[in-house]
Structures are given as structure tokens and as C-alpha cells.
Design a protein around this ligand. Structure first.
Ligand SMILES: Cc1ncc(C[n+]2csc(CCOP(=O)(O)OP(=O)(O)O)c2C)c(N)n1
Ligand SMILES: [Mg+2]
Length: 651
């Protein structure tokens, strides 16, 4: 049997029938489709979504839900926020018009791919038939008419294709689904859709539209690898486990806790892995790396075996390859992606985080880290928590410090509420200071650290919580710089009746880059929002009123001047049905308690500025601490039963 549909209609029908299954639970993969229409998709994907909305309204059948956004980059952020909160088991498609609408999505694509979060991008493309070319917004590359702006998606997509003929579609759709649902492969998937092809009809085999279930099975780690890793860990005196985002996505937080309690290993967390253990678990030592706690970073410095689970070891995690300072340090990595599992010359445990941790726990029965090590980790964590408390209670004036604002928000929110942030001084402060009490309670996008993710990403998280029927407030913390870059999805939150609580921290510029700039000798140049004078951008503060701006976008707004006001406004926002923006001004010159670790940001090697020359001297000293971690895995080969290690069974 066949059905006659356009390419766009076939895509929508196909997407509606894709399901994933993990641990026996089967759920639809696509929550819907975000879109902004233009001539490149209005009568293609746009028409197809309209037909399905009509059908759904008429008969109640399952159809792809359409969401309107204000900006294509932001709609990809919303899609990513959604998919991350759903542990990558559900995602969105995003349709954009040919040209600028499409390239607006490139940043979102990079963000998705870097964070390993699935999103299906459907940029419109120029006519495949080329009869009327060049069309409005066409690139016209004189070297090849086969090039369009959508080629920009290639390096930021895990799968990229252009559908030039209807016959090509089925295989590409299946390839897209394979990548989107594979935890080792996932990221942005781009199917560029020429505007004429979207509207072209074909007779499709009905099997294309049959319900299809993609199994996300928990790949166990090979037994010989488990045995090797266990022998390395058994030799450890100062082990440290690092929990990355893969722990959360794999639902392996309980397995980490069991492993930690069984072996006495302390647990540190990356940005994406934060929340793996509640902050007050005796073996939780908090944030690792450049924005790490004194507890985690001290333990990392001395660790002889580092067990990295579901982490890609970004420079923030490794403090630019300085934080693991023990000359004999060895790594054991558990990761579903081969690309990540071999990093830092680790003993490689390729497989699912939960399955692998269970295997490792079994292989380590009877072994514990020295009691003194476990007890010391608890002590160090307690000392850091006292630092956090002091930062919350510093009573700085006349304007509060940002750390105090975080403290009030942390106290006012429930354990299950989700904190969302992405760029500026907030992620580092939150990584160190936020007391996470639920494994989905902390959502900071720090793979791409993209200014503008905050509100759009928060909208996606809230949609995900609603779809999963979870009672969670989503609290977005955003700086004035990020807000000015991309605040407009507040309109979408209002349109969708989706409630966000946005805490907007006004400090008149880029405080984070200001502090970084100063530490690197660049004197906060270009980081304050000030009027131009004869000497530069060093006049009075700009007269922007972000509270008025938020109100103009339809949000409830509370403008507060102190912490008591913030507390009251948060309580009112929690009681409200609609999105609230709470505007508070802070003192940008008061940093959060410092992390002991370093971050490699190059300083000019030659300069007339004394501040730069001083910073360069410090830089060169720090550079000498960097390590390559090239020492090959040194574990013994496992002893095999029957004297054979050949997996094929041949002697
Ligand atoms: C899209 C984008 N552009 C530039 C940067 C570099 N950057 C990182 S933080 C920052 C300033 C953020 O300002 P704001 O949101 O006010 O936060 P604050 O630093 O004041 O806490 C900049 C420019 C970035 N991360 N993302
Ligand atoms: Mg700012």
C-alpha cells in the first residue's frame, strides 16, 4: 500500500511515529516541531504541520505539536533544554526558512552537538531544480551551485544531508533517527530541505509511516575491560570519581551513589554532572576543575586513580590539564562514546554508565579506599560548605553580591525545581556554590556556554517537566548581557502559558569577562556598559531599564533592591501562574569564593602595558603545570579461565 504525500507531509508523518524505549518504557521521541516560517518552508513543512493540526483537532489523533518562536537560534536552545531534561529520550524538530532563518540555527546546532543533545534541524534550502535561481537569500557560490548556506551545518551536525529528490528521503530519515537516538552519536542532525522538494508529492510505501521503536539498550562493558579497571582501582589509595552529564542522562545517579558507598570513593561533579549526589551526601565533594571547590580540586590534585564517568573532560573539568597533579595518576573512564572513553590515556570501559558502574561495583566487592581518604573527603567538603555559607551570608552593601543572590534563590526553591543558566559569571558561581538536592535540579549549559541560552533553554526545560508530569518550577538565572542578547522567548513563554521564574541580575555589563580581563592584565576593557566619552566607553552607566523591557514582553515583573525584596518576589513568583522576571542589581566587583584551579586563557607575549606583562609572567608559570597524560594504561592483562583471552574462543 502507498500513500500520496508531499516530502514535507511524509517527514511530519514519519516523525510522529518514532518512539524510543529504554528500560522497558516506550515514549514518543518527538515532542513537536518548533518553527518560524518564510518562503523556504511556509508552504512545505508549514503546510504539512497545518494539515496535521487540523486532523488532530478533528479526530484527536496524535500529531506533531507546533510551537512558534521569536528567533531560530532560540528555538534550537528550547529544543536542547527539552531534550536534556528528558535525558535525551525525547527531542524536537526545528523548521526554518531558507537563508537567515536557517543560519540562525547554526549556533544552536553547535550547542546541541557539543553538549551531545539530540535535535533535528530542518532548514529550508534553495530550489533543487534551480529554475528560478538565484532565489531570495541564496548564497550563489561561483565555484559551485551545489553549495548553499546550509553547508554551514556540516561541522556542527552529527549527521547532515540534503534531500534533493523524494526517493532519497526514507534512508535519510532512518539515518537521522539512528544518530538522534544513539547516546554515543547524538547531537544536531540536519536535513536540508530544498523549498521545491518540500512541496513535491510522491507515492510512499506505508511502511515508512508505521510505528517504529528505537531501542536505547544499556550496553554492558566487556568483562576483560572491567577486570582490568578493577585491578587498577584496587591499587588506589586516593581514588576520585568524576561524574559527568552521561551519569544523569543514563539515570546512573543511584549507581554512582552505590559505587561510592561500597568503595568509599569521593564523588566530584562536572557542570553537566552536577546533581549526581545531593550536596550533603558525605562523599559529595562538589564541583571539579577550574570552577571547582577546594574539596574536589584538592582531592583531584592528589588522586592516584581518577574514575571519569560520562565526562568528556573539557578544559574546565581538567583545569586546562593541571588539576590532576599526582605524577602517577591513572584514569579509568566509563563512557558510552569511544571518542571520550580513551581520553587522558585511560583504562577504557566502553558502555552504558549505569550498567558499567554496576559491573565495576561487583568486581570491586570487598575493596574499599583507605578509611582516612574517605573521611578526609568528607572533612574537605564540609569546610567548603562553610565557605559557601559565608558567601551567602556576607551582607555586602549597598548592593548585594551575586553569591548572596544565589543563596537566597537556592534557599527559596524546592529540591525538585530546576536551576537554568549558561554564560557569564553565573555558571562558575553556581557550579561552586549551588546546593543541588535533586539529580535534575541543575541545568547549566556549559558545553557551549552560549549567552542567550538561558530563557529559551529554560522554556524547553519547563515544557519537558510539564510533558513528564513533573511538579518543578524552572528558575532561570541570567545576566544583563545574556538577557540583552536573547530575551525574546519570554514572549513565547507567555504565548504558551508556560511559567518561568527568571532572576535577572543587572550589573551593567560583562562582570565575568571583566574579572577575567583584569586577571589577564587587560583592565576590564570593553566589558562595562557605559556611554562613550573622549577617552572610550568609560562614561556613566547606560540608561537601560531591563525591568521595563521584560514587562513590555508580557512578563510579570518585580524590581527589587535588596535580598529581603528578592525573597518576597520569589515567593510571589512561585504562587503566580505566569512567567515572572525578578530584576535585581548586584555589585559586579564582589567575586564568589575563588576556586584553587587555573584556566588557560592566553596572555599577550609582548606588550607595552605593565598589567599585561605581569599577567604574562604569571601565565608562563601556570603553563609549566600543564600535563599531557600520555602514560599508556598500565593494568595487567586479566587472567582468563581456560588460558584463552581470545573472545572468539579460538585457542
Ligand atoms: C554568544 C556569546 N558571546 C560571547 C560570549 C563570551 N562571554 C562569556 S560571558 C560574557 C558576558 C556575560 O555577561 P552577563 O550575562 O551580563 O553576565 P555577567 O558576566 O555580568 O555575570 C561574554 C561576553 C559567550 N559566552 N557567548
Ligand atoms: Mg552582567
Amino acid at each position: 500500500m502507498t500513500t500520496r504525500l508531499t516530502v514535507a507531509q511524509a517527514i511530519v508523518r514519519f516523525l510522529e511515529q518514532q518512539y524510543v524505549e529504554r528500560d522497558g518504557a516506550e515514549t514518543p521521541f518527538f515532542a513537536g516541531c518548533w518553527g518560524i516560517f518564510g518562503h523556504g518552508n511556509v508552504a512545505g513543512i508549514g503546510e504539512a504541520l497545518l494539515e496535521r493540526e487540523h486532523a488532530s483537532n478533528r479526530t484527536g489523533e496524535h500529531a506533531l505539536r507546533y510551537h512558534q518562536a521569536r528567533n531560530e537560534q532560540a528555538m534550537v536552545h528550547a529544543a536542547v533544554g527539552y531534550a536534556r531534561h528528558r535525558d535525551r529520550l525525547a527531542a524536537y524538530a526545528c523548521t526554518a526558512s531558507v537563508g537567515p532563518g536557517s543560519t540562525n540555527m547554526v549556533t544552536g546546532a553547535a550547542l546541541a552537538t557539543i553538549n551531545r543533545i539530540p535535535v533535528l534541524l530542518l532548514p529550508g534550502d534553495v530550489f533543487a531544480t534551480r529554475v528560478a535561481n538565484p532565489v531570495l537569500q541564496e548564497l550563489e557560490d561561483p565555484r559551485s551551485l551545489d553549495v548553499s548556506v546550509n553547508d554551514c551545518f556540516k561541522p556542527v551536525s552529527r549527521y547532515w544531508d540534503r534531500i534533493n529528490r523524494p526517493e532519497q528521503l526514507p534512508l535519510s530519515l532512518l539515518a537521522a533517527m539512528r544518530v538522534l537516538t544513539d547516546p554515543a552519536e547524538t547531537g544536531a542532525v540536519t536535513l536540508a530541505l530544498p523549498q521545491d522538494v518540500q512541496a513535491e508529492a510522491s507515492d510512499w510505501d506505508d511502511e515508512l509511516f508505521a510505528r517504529r521503536v528505537w531501542r536505547v539498550s544499556r550496553q554492558p562493558v566487556a568483562e576483560d575491560a572491567v577486570a582490568r579497571a578493577a585491578s587498577v582501582i584496587r591499587g588506589a589509595e586516593r581514588p576520585l570519581l568524576i561524574a559527568g552529564g552521561g551519569v544523569i542522562y543514563s539515570n546512573a545517579t543511584e549507581a554512582v551513589r552505590a559505587f561510592a558507598e561500597l568503595t568509599g570513593t569521593p564523588v566530584a561533579e562536572t557542570q553537566a554532572g552536577k546533581g549526581t549526589l545531593p550536596y550533603d551526601h558525605p562523599q559529595a565533594v562538589g564541583a571539579i576543575g577550574a570552577t571547582g571547590t577546594t574539596a574536589a580540586d584538592t582531592l583531584a590534585e592528589q588522586a592516584d586513580v581518577v574514575i571519569g564517568v560520562g565526562t568528556r573532560y573539557s578544559d574546565f573539568t581538567t583545569a586546562s590539564k593541571t588539576v590532576f597533579a599526582n605524577p602517577d595518576v591513572r584514569f579509568v573512564n566509563l563512557n558510552v562514546a569511544s571518542f571520550d572513553v580513551h581520553k587522558l590515556s585511560a583504562e577504557a570501559l566502553l558502555g552504558d554508565a549505569r550498567a558499567g558502574l554496576e559491573q565495576l561495583s561487583e568486581a570491586l566487592v570487598g575493596w574499599r579506599a583507605p578509611e582516612a581518604h574517605t573521611a578526609r573527603a568528607t572533612e574537605l567538603a564540609r569546610a567548603w560548605d562553610e565557605t559557601v555559607q559565608r558567601a551567602h551570608d556576607q551582607a555586602h552593601g549597598p548592593l548585594p553580591a551575586q553569591a548572596e543572590v544565589l543563596g537566597v534563590v537556592n534557599r527559596a526553591t524546592r529540591p525538585q525545581d530546576v536551576l537554568v543558566s549558561a554564560a557569564g559569571s553565573m555558571p562558575g558561581d553556581l557550579h561552586k556554590l549551588w546546593r543541588t538536592r535533586d539529580h535534575k535540579g541543575y541545568h547549566v549549559e556549559y558545553g557551549y556556554s552560549c549567552m542567550g541560552y538561558e530563557i529559551a533553554g529554560g522554556l524547553g526545560v519547563k515544557l519537558a517537566a510539564l510533558d513528564a508530569e513533573e511538579d518543578r518550577d524552572v528558575v532561570v538565572m541570567v545576566g544583563d548581557g545574556s538577557y540583552l542578547m536573547m530575551a525574546q522567548e519570554l514572549v513565547t513563554a507567555v504565548q504558551e502559558g508556560v511559567k518561568l521564574i527568571v532572576v535577572l541580575v543587572q550589573n551593567h555589563g560583562f562582570a565575568s569577562i571583566g574579572a577575567l580581563s583584569e586577571s589577564l592584565g587587560s583592565q576590564r576593557f570593553g566589558t562595562r556598559y557605559r556611554y562613550r566619552t573622549r577617552t572610550g566607553l568609560d562614561g556613566d552607566k547606560l540608561p537601560v531599564d531591563l525591568a521595563a523591557n521584560a514587562a513590555s514582553l508580557g512578563a510579570r515583573v518585580a524590581s527589587v533592591t535588596d535580598l529581603a525584596g528578592l525573597e518576597k518576589a520569589l515567593a510571589e513568583a512561585q504562587a503566580a501562574d505566569t512567567t515572572t522576571v525578578i530584576h535585581i542589581e548586584t555589585d559586579p566587583m564582589i567575586p564568589a569564593p575563588d576556586s584553587p584551579a587555573w584556566w588557560d586563557v592566553p596572555v599577550a607575549e609582548a606588550s607595552v602595558l605593565e598589567s599585561t606583562r605581569a599577567a604574562r609572567t604569571a601565565y608562563e608559570k601556570n603553563k609549566t603545570r600543564q600535563r599531557a597524560y600520555l602514560s599508556p594504561p598500565a593494568s595487567p592483562a586479566p587472567s582468563s579461565p581456560e588460558g584463552s583471552t581470545d573472545p572468539t574462543g579460538h585457542q
